[in-house]
Design a protein around this ligand. Structure first.
Ligand code: F58
Length: 821
């Protein structure tokens, strides 16, 4: 029986949900319960949940037609949304009813959740940040559209074969995607290549026409992003590339069927695959094509929405605040100029004013080698009109620089949008900075270093443009969804307002750190989460971790600057202590690693092999007898992260100071009660400030000390020569102790450490080891440890992405929050 007045498409009683699931199974999947596969059931449940978001979704889209509201347009080449089902159930507040409805049909909700293939449309932190921000935008009821690319293949799936990473294509769309709505009628044409021609229009005005070599069509796919228990449903609009119809017809007319098919293949290639690189991709034409493709579709879409509001093009900046997520969408500066000047016939100065008021740029890296730049010839071949526009922007910009700093040719060369020091490049960070009214880093230290290093000259020129917005993560996905037991305990103690108002409310659990009963429950939950993770690890790897050992975890992309190999040096040091003194009492530890290496990054892949090689030796050594266990968790992604963070006791945030822009995993760990061992890098600095230095395990050189040590001429070998424990560890790796006698395998890694050590592992080694000893003694006192763990969670309010989004609204987008602001 349906509840009174309940609709099969919107009702949320158990009876309505049950009926809707069966109905969707029949009418959408075309199956009866007897023949339905697990995926059929998952799809039926997913459509049932989607139906329940659509009324608010459609209403929110209608609200976007209101000329008075400013829409945030978050432009990002990556959105790492994670599995949708659990999160949408949580945000709609219908998890329990749906679980019961499923049960009455004979289904386990957890099995259905496990069935979902996550959309891995991002590499790591940057893509996940975009997803957390979408959640907060919706929950703060800010109208927002996340614009990006609907990659057919997302980040590769990682398998481990003989200890090495093997990449497998991510076919996430294979079984269908119930969350997206395809909108073939929302499509735009995007030009590539060809040449430009100048002409005088009928009013005698100078104009430029772009005659492209190729035209591709972008089609919108919309995914609703619901707020937490509110009416707002924002939208993720991803573009898929297709061939334009006219090409097929043209080819057919001359009878060249194969050419038409070829054109289709080339056009569809644009949104085919996410680039898995962490390195700059000089020479990757397709990557530039992807960036321009999604940016052009998005800006054309925004202009359509703006004009449909009945407003003139000259007020575009009142309708949209465009945030550039790193430089990947920074071609937007030139594209908006092109659309305004060439297509909407605006004069240059007005167009430039509007562009500057609309755009803002977030920088996510200090590594100079990671700043995007495109070789001029490639750029000219792909986007000839944009190069002309960039030259004009540059000409005017450098005139201004020369006017303000007469005679400083060095400064002009450094600031130019074109790098002419050798082979010529377009500097995308300069384009983004010059065309934006705000430039932000993602943690206080990072924003500060930005103005003193990679963007110093721009800062000196435009100091008022620079602001900091420290990253945040959503407590909905990262606590309420991932850690239901902890969520229940906190809610029993302080009510449930903390899920929506994390910033102010979570602090209310602080006094409970002194409540022995509360601490005991806290420990029980951690123990349960550890047991759950241990079972998953056993299933995936065959390794059986002891849930009573300290779970010491480092999960993130594998990169030398993140120093997973420093963690390995500590593990081997502990191992050597046991070998020398087998009877020694130590705190048993399980070291868990997870993360993908860019397929072309040799050293990162070698680090994965090293972890697995050390694991093989230690896990099978009888003398160690379960006191140390090493695990490499394959295919770390959002889905597995949701099992990993809640089980962590120690969070490894050990990058070389000054290298990690912010980090966001550090926040997810801490929100789930893990204590941090870390350097003064990225947001670690602010996490330590918030939780208190006595609740944070600090080690290593500061960013300034790193800088000074390098300036003095850092010699890693001095550390090696003077530290016998370190020497022993390095020699073991070198000699083949962990590689079945193969003394060649890890040679590149060891030689790099001894001769260059650009990330200063050897300089930080002893400080790290001492700090880890401090961790073990703190863990010995479980009451003390639990108190620290509770205080960590209680003091994490600042790191809610709701706080970050409020700051973006306030200092960058000029948006006044209507609710809870
Ligand atoms: C990350 N960048 C930063 N880039 O490394 C991290 O410190 C920060 O917390 C996070 O952004 C969010 O601000 C990052 O994830 C990428 O994945 C790029 C993808 C495209 C190629 C170059 C790397």
């Amino acid at each position: 029986m349906l509840g009174t007045g309940e609709n099969i498409r919107t009702g949320t009683s158990i009876a309505s949900l049950k009926k809707a699931i069966l109905d969707n199974l029949y009418y959408i999947q075309g199956r009866t319960p007897e023949l339905a596969t697990k995926n059929d059931w998952y799809m039926a449940v997913a459509y049932t949940v989607r139906d329940r978001m659509l009324r608010h979704f459609i209403h929110s889209l209608k609200r976007m037609q209101d000329a008075k509201v400013k829409i945030v347009s978050y432009l990002s080449a990556e959105f790492l949304m994670g599995p949708h089902l659990g999160n949408n159930l949580l945000n709609l507040g219908i998890t329990d009813q749906t679980r019961q409805a499923a049960k009455e049909i004979g289904l386990e909700l957890n099995d259905l959740l496990a069935q979902e293939e996550e959309p891995g449309l991002g590499n790591g932190g940057l893509g996940r940040l975009a997803a957390c921000y979408m959640d907060s935008l919706a929950s703060l009821t800010v109208p927002a559209i996340g614009y990006g690319i609907r990659y057919e293949f997302g980040i590769f799936d990682q398998e481990i074969h003989d200890g090495w990473q093997v990449e497998k294509t991510d076919k996430w769309l294979r079984l269908g995607n119930p969350w997206e709505i395809c909108r073939p009628e929302i499509s735009y044409e995007v030009n590539f290549g060809g040449h430009t021609a100048q002409y005088l229009d009928d009013k005698g005005c100078f104009r430029v026409r772009w005659n492209p070599h190729r035209v591709v069509k972008g089609i919108a796919y919309d995914t609703p992003v619901p707020s937490y228990r509110d009416d707002m449903v924002d939208m993720l609009r991803l573009w898929k590339s297709e061939a334009i119809e006219s090409f097929d017809f043209q080819a057919f007319n001359v009878g060249d069927y194969y050419k038409a098919v070829d054109m289709k293949v080339v056009s569809e290639t644009v949104s085919k695959v996410l680039y898995p690189n962490d390195e700059p991709e000089i020479g990757k034409t397709l990557r530039l094509a992807q960036q321009y493709f999604f940016v052009s579709c998005s800006l054309q879409d925004m202009i359509r929405i703006h004009l449909a509001r009945g407003k003139g093009i000259e007020t575009f900046h009142e309708s949209f605040a465009v945030q550039l997520n790193d430089t990947h969408p920074s071609i937007a500066v030139a594209e908006l100029m092109r659309l305004l000047v060439d297509e909407h016939l605006m004069d240059w100065d007005s167009a430039w004013q509007i562009t500057g008021k609309t755009m803002a740029y977030t920088n996510h890296t200090l590594l100079p080698e990671a700043l995007e730049k495109w070789p001029l010839p490639l750029f000219k071949r792909t986007l000839p009109r944009h190069l002309e526009i960039i030259y004009e922007i540059n000409r005017r910009f450098l005139d201004d620089v020369r006017h303000r700093y007469p005679g400083d040719d060095g400064l002009v060369a450094r600031l130019s949008l074109i790098d002419e020091s050798g082979e010529k490049y377009v500097r995308m960070a300069h384009l983004a900075s010059v065309g934006s009214h705000r430039i932000n880093g993602v943690a206080a230290l990072h924003s500060n270093l930005l103005t003193r290093t990679v963007l110093k000259d721009l800062y000196d020129l435009y100091p008022d443009r620079f602001v900091n917005v420290t990253n945040g993560v959503t407590p909905r996905r990262w606590i309420a969804l991932s850690n239901p037991s902890l969520t229940a305990l906190i809610t029993r103690s302080i009510g449930d307002r903390w899920i929506r108002h994390f910033e102010d409310e979570i602090r209310k659990i602080e006094p409970l750190a002194d409540d022995a009963g509360f601490r005991q429950e806290w420990r029980k939950i951690k123990r349960k989460n550890k047991a759950r993770l241990a079972a998953i690890i056993q299933e995936r790897t065959g390794i059986v971790p002891n849930p009573d050992s300290l779970f010491d975890i480092q999960v993130k992309r594998i990169h030398e600057y993140k120093r997973q190999h420093l963690n390995v040096l500590n593990i081997i040091t502990l191992y050597n202590r046991i070998r020398k003194n087998p009877g020694q009492e130590i705190i048993p530890r399980t070291f868990i690693f997870g993360g993908k290496a860019a397929p072309g990054y040799f050293m990162a892949k070698l680090i994965i092999k090293l972890i697995n090689s050390v694991a093989e030796v230690i896990n099978t050594d009888q003398d160690v007898a379960g006191r140390l266990t090493v695990v490499f968790f394959p295919d770390f992604n959002v889905k597995s992260a949701q099992h990993i963070y809640p089980a962590a006791e120690l969070s490894e945030q050990i990058s070389t100071a000054g290298k990690e822009a912010s980090g966001t995993g550090n926040m997810k760990f801490s929100m789930n009660g893990a204590l941090t061992i870390g350097t003064l890098d990225g947001a670690n600095v602010e996490i330590r400030e918030e939780v208190g230095q006595e609740n944070f395990f600090l080690f290593g050189l500061s960013a300034e000390e790193v800088h000074n040590e390098k300036a003095r001429g850092y010699r890693p070998r001095d550390y090696y020569d003077s530290n016998p424990c370190l020497r022993e560890v390095i020699e073991q790796i070198w000699s083949g102790y962990f590689s079945r006698g193969d003394a060649e395998l890890f040679r590149p890694l060891v030689e790099n450490l001894l001769n260059h050590d650009p990330f200063m592992l050897l300089a930080d080694y002893q400080s790290y080891i001492d700090c880890q000893d401090g961790v073990s003694s703190a863990y010995h006192d479980q009451e003390r440890w639990t108190r620290m763990s509770i205080l960590n969670v209680a003091r994490m309010g600042k790191f809610s992405s709701d706080r970050s989004i409020r700051e973006y609204c306030d200092t960058i987008w000029n948006i006044k929050l209507t609710k809870g602001g």
